[in-house]
Design a protein around this ligand. Sequence first.
Ligand code: UD1
Ligand code: CA
Length: 472
Amino acid sequence: MKITTIILAAGKGTRMRSQLPKILHNIANKPLLQHVYDMSRQLTNNAIKIVYGHGADLVRETLKDLDVTWIEQQQQLGTGHAVQQVSHEITESDTVLILYGDVPLLKLATVEQLIVNVSDTSLALLTVDLLDPTGYGRIVRNAAGQVIKIVEEKDATPIEKQIIEGNTGILAVQGKHLKKWLSQLTNNNAQGEYYLTDIIEMAVADGVTILTTQPETIDEVLGVNNRIQLSHLERIYQLEQANRLMELGVTLIDPARFDLRGSIENLGVDIIIDVNVIIEGKNSIGNNVTIGANTSITNSIIADDVVILANCILDNAVVGKGSKIGPYARLRPETVLAENVHIGNFVELKKSSVAAFSKINHLSYIGDSTVGANVNIGAGTITCNYDGVNKFRTIIEDGAFIGSDTQLIAPVTIGKNATIGAGSTITKDSPENQLTLSRAKQISLAAWQRPVKLENQATGNKVLAETLIKDK
Ligand code: UD1
Ligand code: CA
C-alpha cells in the first residue's frame, strides 16, 4: 500500500500571540510540525506533503531538512481548501492520510490502526469522546449507529451540540474518492470556509462506509492553540518520556521535574537523576551514574559509575568511567575526561582533555589544554589561552603538580612530574621533575605604620589623616 500523508500546517495560530508561526513552537525543543513529521516518517512507503502558509519563509527555512513536498496555501480558506491544494499530487490508488501540524502527540500505533480501515468502500475516521466537545466538529450517527456526517460547532443545532463524539480532524481515505469529493466542496456554511469534513456526507452518499477508531488517550489528539495548551502538552510529553526511562531502569526522584529535550541513545541502568535535571540533544549515559539536582547536560557522553553533583553544566563533553564532577562545574564543548577524573566546584573546562586520575578541584579555568594522568591542579589555576586574537595550547604532562593561584601563559608545556610553586605566572616551559616558580621575594617593613583615622574638627567625622592634611 502506498500512502500519501498530507499535514495541514498553514494556519496562523492567532491565539499564540506570537511572531512565530504556531507550528514552529516547540515541544521538548522540537517544532510541533517536526513531531508530526517524525511520527509519519515511520510509516513505510509514505510520501509526505505539507500544506503551509503563515510564516512561509520561516517555516521552509527552519524545516528545510524534512523529506517532504511543500505546498503553499496562500489564503487559508478552510481545511477542505487546504487539502484541495494537494489534489494534483494525489494518485488514485494511494491511501491518503490527513494529519494536523499542530497536533503533535499522535502515536504511530493509532495511525496504523486507522489506515487499515481504508478501502474502496470505506473511509477511516479518528474520533474522540470528550467531556467538553466545545469547538469540535460533532460526529452525527443514524439510529443504526452509522456515521452520516460531521457538523461543525458553528453550524450545529442545539441537539447536535449535545453529541460528545468529536472529530479529531485526522482521517484516511482512498485517493480516488478524495479527489472526487474535494472537487465538490462548497463554502456554504456559517464560516464561509471549505470544510474537509463535508466529504463524510459525500462518502455516505456514494455508499462508502465511515469506520471510526479512537486513540488510546485523548492526549494524542490534543491540538495546540495557545501557550497554555502548549505547556500542557509539554508536560504530557515529558511525563511519557520519564515513565519510559523509569521502565528502562532509571530512578527519577521526581518525574514531574525532569526534562528530556532530545534523546539518550545509550542508556545504562541504575542511573539516579535528582530534580530539575535537563538533558538536551543526543546523549549517552552509562550504568550507575548519579546526576545531581539542577544539572544541565547537552550532547554529552557519560560513562559508567560517574557522579555528577548538583548545579553542573555539561555541553558537548565526554566524561570517563568513575569520574566525579561538581558541584557547580562547567564542562564546555570538546572537554574530554578519561577515567576517575575529579572536577570540583567552580571549575570551567573548554576544548581540553584530562587523562586518568587527574584532579582539578577548585576555582579553575582550563581551556585549550592537554592534561596528562595523575595531574593535580591547585585552586585558582588559570590557563591564559587567549591573547585577544589567537588561542594557544597548554600542555601539562603526567604527574605534574600545579600550585594554587597559578597562571599558565600559553603556549606552554609543564613537564612530567614537574611542580609549579603556588602563585606563579608561568611563561616558559617548565622542565620535568623540577620545581618551577615565579614570585616576587617576600619582604617585611619593620618601620611601616598603619594609617590612622583622625577627627575633622569642623564636621566631627572621622577621616583619614592624609585627607585632613590636604583640606588645609
Ligand atoms: C477542524 C475540523 C473540526 C475538528 C477540529 C479538531 C474542519 C472544517 N473542522 O476544526 O471538525 O473537530 O479541526 O481540531 O475541518 N488549516 C490549514 N489551512 C486552512 C485551515 C486550516 O492548513 O485553510 C490547518 C490548520 O493550520 C490546523 C488544521 O488545519 O492545523 C485545523 O484547522 P483549524 O482551523 O484548527 O480547524 P478547526 O476549525 O478547529
Ligand atoms: Ca484547531
